[in-house]
Structures are given as structure tokens and as C-alpha cells.
Design a protein around this ligand. Structure first.
Ligand SMILES: Nc1ncnc2c1ncn2[C@@H]1O[C@H](COP(=O)(O)OP(=O)(O)O)[C@@H](O)[C@H]1O
Ligand SMILES: [Mg+2]
Length: 270
């Protein structure tokens, strides 16, 4: 991985944002929201959907967006290194520094962070889930994937974090897709948007892009747009609940475990 320095790369993108829209801190009530993609199962689509959703957030004006890759395999980081577009940004961090780096990113004006995780139930994933506002669990419509969701669900429940399943890589019209959605709904909310199996999801990522950038009018792009629209609504709902439950002060972030003064803390070395 080439990009191992601290926090967000391509701050120039942030600079451009400031030039176009004025100071980022003007976004009162729009602090950093953190979406984690997790599932114990490898190959379920965490990395694919992390990259796609982050790019879609930028397209939808939800940025500035920063990507974080907690998977030691670094697939998301590799993809980002192939990218030519300036956004989303990428923050190289570690589990140990995650909370502090998220504070720094919040202060830099990022509004969305997307965190990709390894396919296992590890302390690393627990740490990610504990800072997340929402956990998205991609699940293939297969018995193996369905059997594996229990552990991820339990982890989210223990951390008290809301989760959403998204059925990924579904074959059009296959009965197992709706059966999977029904099975998942016993464990939690299922996104009403299914992402289908299409080569372009994989092919578009070869050179650091996404389906929206390769084929913006295609069905894959529409699915990602709809998925983000749904996830965005859920994030808004969860966030409003956090603010109402906490202080009216707009500086309060969505991370209750850091109510002791995470906001405004400076990072060593910044
Ligand atoms: N909807 C999809 N259609 C086609 N291929 C997909 C889809 N989602 C994921 N893939 C492919 O499946 C493989 C595993 O996906 P990935 O996102 O790397 O999973 P994970 O990060 O959960 O291990 C990759 O080769 C990826 O390109
Ligand atoms: Mg992955």
C-alpha cells in the first residue's frame, strides 16, 4: 500500500470544495457520519459496495467523503490508488488510531466516512462497529452467506449499532433472492434495493472507477443510486435520534462513546 501517511489524501479536493462552496464548517448540523461495511463472509461485496457508495455519496453532494480501509488485504486502498478522480479522499489509519483519526477528519470538514473491513469477526471489526453510525452488511443470496450473518448481527447488537442488510450479486428473477431477503428480515432491516450480479461491478473497479463512472445510465448505476438514497435516509433518521437524545449543541457528534470531549481534540503530529 503506497498511501500510508496520516489521514486524508488529496486534500486538494477539499480545497476545491472550499473554493466552490465556502468554509466546510458552515455545515451546521452536518457533522461526520460513519458508515461501516461488515460481514464475516469474504466475497460478499464489502469492498465493491464501499467504493461504489463512497463515489455515489460524492455524486449526490453528500461529500466531502473519506474512505478508510481496515482490511489488511488493502483491496479498497489498491482500488483508490488506481483512481484518477480527486474524490472521495482516502485516509490511511489503523484500528488503534481510528477514533482519533475520525476526530481529525471531522475537524477537517469531512461529512461522510466509509469504512471497509476484513471478512472475519475480529477486534478490528468490533472497533469499527463501535465508531459507526450505521453498519451495512452485504450478503449474497446463498446459504453460506445467510448462515454467516448471525455473528455480524450479534456484534452490531452488542455494540447497540443499527444495521442494514443489502442483498448483493443477486441473479435476476432467481427465487433464492427473495428467499434470502425473507430470511435476512428475521434478523434485521433489509434494504429495499437489491444489487444484482453484473460483470461491470467488477470490471469498472479495475482502473479505479465505479459503474456510475463507466456506465452512468446503466442498471447497476441506478441500483447504487437507489441504495445510497435509502442508506442516506437511514443515516439521517439515526442521526436525528442521537442529537435529540443528547445535547442541543450542534458540535456534538454522533458518537456517544466520546461524549467526554472528542470534538475539538487535536491530533498529535497535525
Ligand atoms: N454485484 C456484483 N456483481 C458482480 N461481481 C461482484 C458483485 N459484488 C461483488 N462482486 C465481485 O465479487 C468479488 C468479491 O467482492 P468484494 O467486494 O471484494 O467482497 P468482500 O470485500 O466482501 O470480500 C469481487 O471480485 C467483486 O468484483
Ligand atoms: Mg473486501
Amino acid at each position: 500500500m503506497a498511501n500510508m501517511s496520516l489521514t486524508a489524501h488529496r486534500n486538494s479536493a477539499l480545497g476545491e470544495h472550499k473554493a466552490r462552496h465556502g468554509p466546510l464548517f458552515r455545515h451546521r448540523g452536518s457533522p461526520l457520519r460513519i458508515l461501516a461495511l461488515a460481514s464475516q463472509k469474504g466475497g460478499s461485496g464489502k469492498t465493491t459496495l464501499s467504493g461504489h457508495l463512497a463515489v455515489q455519496m460524492v455524486r449526490a453532494g453528500a461529500g466531502p467523503v473519506v474512505l478508510i480501509d481496515i482490511d489488511p488485504q488493502g483491496s479498497l486502498s489498491d482500488w483508490w490508488n488506481e483512481r484518477e478522480a480527486g474524490e472521495p479522499a482516502f485516509a490511511a489509519t489503523t484500528v488503534a488510531r481510528l477514533a482519533a483519526d475520525l476526530d481529525a477528519l471531522r475537524q477537517q470538514g469531512f461529512r461522510m466516512a466509509v469504512i471497509d473491513t476484513p471478512p472475519a469477526i475480529t477486534v478490528a471489526i468490533q472497533s469499527v462497529v463501535s465508531v459507526a453510525d450505521l453498519v451495512l452488511i452485504p450478503t449474497r443470496p446463498s446459504p453460506h452467506d445467510l448462515r454467516a450473518v448471525g455473528a455480524t448481527v450479534e456484534l452490531c447488537d452488542r455494540a447497540g449499532k443499527p444495521l442494514i442488510f443489502v442483498v448483493n450479486a443477486a441473479t435476476p428473477k432467481a427465487r433464492i433472492t427473495s428467499e434470502a431477503a425473507i430470511a435476512l428480515s428475521q434478523h434485521g432491516t433489509v434494504a429495499p434495493v437489491t444489487i444484482h450480479q453484473r460483470t461491470e461491478f467488477a470490471a469498472s473497479m479495475i482502473d479505479g472507477r465505479t459503474v456510475m463512472e463507466v456506465n452512468p445510465d446503466g442498471r447497476s448505476a441506478i441500483e447504487i443510486e437507489q441504495l445510497w438514497s435509502y442508506v442516506s435516509d437511514r443515516l439521517d433518521k439515526n442521526f436525528r435520534r442521537t442529537v435529540i437524545g443528547g445535547s442541543a449543541n450542534s458540535a456534538i457528534g454522533p458518537l456517544p462513546q466520546r461524549a467526554g470531549g472528542g470534538f475539538g481534540r487535536r491530533m498529535a503530529g497535525q
